[in-house]
Design a protein around this ligand. Structure first.
Ligand SMILES: Cc1cc2nc3c(=O)[nH]c(=O)nc-3n(C[C@H](O)[C@H](O)[C@H](O)COP(=O)(O)OP(=O)(O)OC[C@H]3O[C@@H](n4cnc5c(N)ncnc54)[C@H](O)[C@@H]3O)c2cc1C
Length: 251
């Protein structure tokens, strides 16, 4: 079995983001970058599937500049077997990402694509759904639990919805997008980092894949959310109820 796991390079979730002076993007100086946390969860799930099923190859793929090698090496240190970097220096919208991933999918023919439900830099929550639609295969999104029995042709997923939990069965091949509660990604070990240096990292361009990666959307401007008012610390539930009743008037 082969699992494809896209890993996006994003500003670390712990980094304080500032909008640049032109309002066209974020200040990148001094920003620490990491694997998108939801993608790390997807990779962790792929590794756990391999631990349970045995014969599974995990291929990590990133689209972007040469710097994405850092996240791919980190992914291989976590446990991916090999990595693909699709070099593309311009910014990409979700549809362009989905088209590139579809081309990688056709080249690799995986049984499963496990990816994050969204990237924490643009929070679009579109790439997985678009990828499944372009490929004409099944999808299950916002997954908090996944079961893939040995030799199974279907994957059983528990989806988190606003109204509760939904269990769906999806025929393979399929695109599955990971939610936060699916698992907790493991830490990378020193041995993992050493091993990752020797694992294959193949580079290609969008032209090599025959994909027109022109974005159809562009960000017109970006601004920080207004500063929130400081909260109030209460000493007891009674005091909280009193404030909700008399000051906020919500109960
Ligand atoms: C990429 C990413 C996406 C996430 N998305 C979600 C999501 O969609 N939904 C979700 O539920 N979680 C999400 N989380 C998880 C969430 O950010 C925290 O991990 C989770 O809320 C931890 O709660 P905590 O109280 O342990 O942590 P803390 O970070 O300590 O607390 C969270 C908040 O609780 C309040 N708080 C903390 N201590 C006190 C205190 N003593 N008194 C009063 N208020 C206090 C503060 O407002 C604080 O910001 C996400 C995390 C990541 C990394």
């Amino acid at each position: 079995m082969k699992i494809l796991v896209p890993l996006k390079r994003v500003p670390d979730y712990d980094t304080k983001i500032r909008v640049n002076a032109a309002g066209s993007g974020i200040e990148t100086d001094g920003v620490k970058y990491s694997i998108n946390p939801f993608d790390a969860i997807a990779l962790e799930e792929a590794i756990r599937l391999r631990e349970g099923l045995g014969d599974v190859e995990i291929v990590a793929v990133s689209i972007g500049t040469e710097e994405c090698q850092e996240q791919l090496r980190a992914g291989m240190a976590m446990g991916a077997d090999r990595a693909l970097l699709v070099r593309h220096d311009a910014s990409l919208d979700s549809l362009a990402v989905a088209k590139i991933l579809a081309a990688v999918y056709r080249r690799e023919q995986p049984n499963l694509v496990l990816m994050g439900k969204q990237a924490i830099d643009d929070d679009a929550n579109q790439a997985g759904q678009m990828l499944a639609a372009l490929l004409g295969i099944g999808q299950a999104t916002f997954i908090s639990k996944l079961e893939l029995p040995k030799d199974a042709k279907q994957v059983v997923c528990c989806r988190e919805t606003d109204a509760g939990l939904e269990t769906v069965s999806v025929q393979l091949p399929a695109v599955i997008t990971a939610d936060l509660r699916l698992n907790e990604p493991r830490y990378v070990t020193a041995l993992g980092i050493m091993k990752a240096k020797k694992k294959p990292l193949e580079e290609m361009t969008t032209a090599d894949l025959g994909v027109d990666a022109t974005s159809r959307t562009r960000v017109l401007s970006l601004r920080m959310a207004p500063q929130r008012k400081a909260g109030v610390r209460v000493k007891s539930v009674d005091e909280l109820l009193q404030k909700l009743r008399e000051e906020a008037r919500v109960i």
